[in-house]
Design a protein around this ligand. Structure first.
Ligand SMILES: *Cc1c(COP(=O)(O)O)cnc(C)c1O
Length: 487
């Protein structure tokens, strides 16, 4: 396929602007409330964007999980779903999709991505095991540790450099992988985990070349390779764009190549196929049987796995759509547009642009706010106040306290602005760039936050905070000076 089938279309002035290659046929009304009401809403929400009511949110960029737009074909497929406890036709259609798209014979449906992680961890991890991976995801780490495993992140030196032009920050460091296996012994390594578009380090992809090398090392030692394919579409798209060998290869072939290098592929359909649910797939009957009975125990019968058959239909159609460039390029193209525009304006963003969202480096954006006062959380609250845009804090608020009650400071303080697939338009994206830039020009007005109510576990979800001074009021006053009565 040629580039004209992707969302990157050249304008006559030479500029590359992402164009939506879909039309909107069902809409949901959005509200952009006046700035005083937004201040009021964030106060009521304890300065935590998780606690905002969507009635007060203009652009919801909290996450891409379960918030993507479905296609007409997905919605219509749900009407011919076959309701049956066992042997549903919907399951067989999904099984066919997995075989044709991922190239895997056996499918175990599960209710979402973390359920797949529960099954895989219980089936393969024993106390004392270590699991090497390019980077962890929150739910992955939790399930592996629950089963007595320890995660080892063996990313390359480029991975944590926020400003970079390295195309594959999601790669595994092959020398570190070999050293890890030698050190711990292959009998303590149930599998190597590759995560497509590493979620927590800015949606950064790995290359096929890197995965081939991982496969080679794993084969030398007789270790399994497990692929977390929740964000696979975007990783595939970025391989096509950035890896010379694959420039003229169809995304369907790249996807199949990637899955072909893994023994087990699992995914969250809340992301990869814009529906609900998830799945585990493999070509090995032995591996399938090791997991099958756990699915029956924790999820449901093996032809519905805790999800409705309607969702299974939408998943199947969504999987086929993952091989369509106009579908998988939409979100990364819009992210690239936003990241490049903000970078050009001098706003500190994570580069190169990746999948999932635009990540703002809050430590640099608010370099006058000490890390103990949660710059990423403060930035999330401030951006909401000046725009109605809801992002997610990915910094120290999302971290924990140590045994002495001190904050464990995060490696990086990021504000993530997620781009759910096919949800926002270019003018909305331009609004995001404009308001983030305005806030950057007025950044000295933003102060820190402190906890008033701090849950003992996963405090970022329900924790409540307050500003360390009256900075929100000053920010609102400046906003009104510049924007008058405009929203
Ligand atoms: C979201 C996600 C998961 C977990 O999936 P859920 O459906 O939210 O349980 C696992 N891995 C990655 C990379 C993800 O992005």
């Amino acid at each position: 396929m040629t580039d004209s089938s992707s969302t990157e279309i050249k304008f006559s002035n030479g500029q590359k602007i992402p164009v939506e290659l879909h039309k909107v046929r069902m809409v949901q009304k959005l509200y952009l409330k006046p700035v005083e009401e937004r201040l009021d809403a964030i106060e009521k929400g304890g300065y935590n964007t998780f606690l905002l009511d969507t009635r007060n949110v203009f652009l919801d960029m909290l996450t891409d999980s379960g918030t993507n737009a479905m296609s007409d074909n997905q919605v219509s497929s749900m009407l011919h779903a076959d309701d049956a406890y066992a042997g549903s036709q919907s399951f067989y259609r999904m099984e066919t999709a997995v075989r044709e798209v991922f190239g895997k014979k056996y499918l175990l449906p599960v209710h979402q991505g973390r359920a797949a992680e529960n099954i895989i961890s219980q089936a393969f991890i024993r106390p004392g095991d270590v699991i090497p991976m390019n980077y962890h995801f929150t739910t992955t780490k939790a399930h592996m540790e629950l089963n007595g495993g320890e995660i080892l992140e063996i990313f390359t030196d480029e991975a944590l450099k926020l400003k970079s032009d390295f195309p594959f920050k999601g790669n595994i460091d092959i020398d570190k992988l070999k050293a890890t296996i030698e050190k711990h012994g292959k009998e303590h390594i149930p599998f190597v985990r590759m995560e497509a578009s590493t979620n927590l380090i800015g949606g950064q992809p790995f290359s096929i070349q890197n995965m081939r090398e991982v496969r080679k090392v794993a084969d030398q030692y007789g270790i399994l390779v497990v692929l977390d394919a929740s964000l696979i579409g975007e990783n595939v798209w970025l391989v096509k764009k950035r890896e010379e060998e694959f420039r003229n290869v169809s995304v369907g072939e790249i996807l199949a190549t990637m899955c072909g290098l893994a023994d087990i592929v699992y995914f969250s359909s809340r992301k990869v196929s814009s529906s609900r649910g998830g799945g585990i797939c493999t070509n090995s009957k032995e591996l399938y049987l090791k997991m099958r009975d756990l699915v029956v125990l924790f999820e449901g019968f093996t032809t519905y796995g805790g999800i409705s058959v309607r969702e299974i239909e939408a998943m199947a159609v969504g999987l086929y759509e993952t091989t369509d460039e106009t579908v998988i390029s939409q979100s990364p193209s819009f992210i690239e547009y936003a990241v490049n525009e903000l970078d050009r304006l001098g706003v500190p963003v994570v580069t190169p642009a990746g999948a999932l969202g635009c990540h703002i480096n809050a430590m640099e954006f608010l370099d006058h706010v000490p890390q103990s006062e949660y710059p990423a959380g403060a930035l999330a609250a401030a951006l909401y106040i000046v725009s109605g845009i809801r992002g997610m804090e990915r910094g120290t608020i999302s971290s924990v306290r140590d045994a002495d009650g001190n904050d464990v400071l995060a490696d990086v303080e990021l504000l993530r602005l997620a781009f759910p697939r096919r949800v926002f338009t270019l003018s909305q994206t331009m609004f995001v760039v404009d308001r983030v830039n305005w806030l950057y020009q007025n950044r000295e007005l933003v102060g820190g936050l402190e906890f008033t109510d701090e849950p003992a576990v996963l405090r970022f979800f329900n924790g409540r905070l307050k500003p360390t001074s009256d900075w929100p009021q000053k920010l609102v006053a400046r906003f009104k000076q510049d924007f008058g009565e405009s929203l």
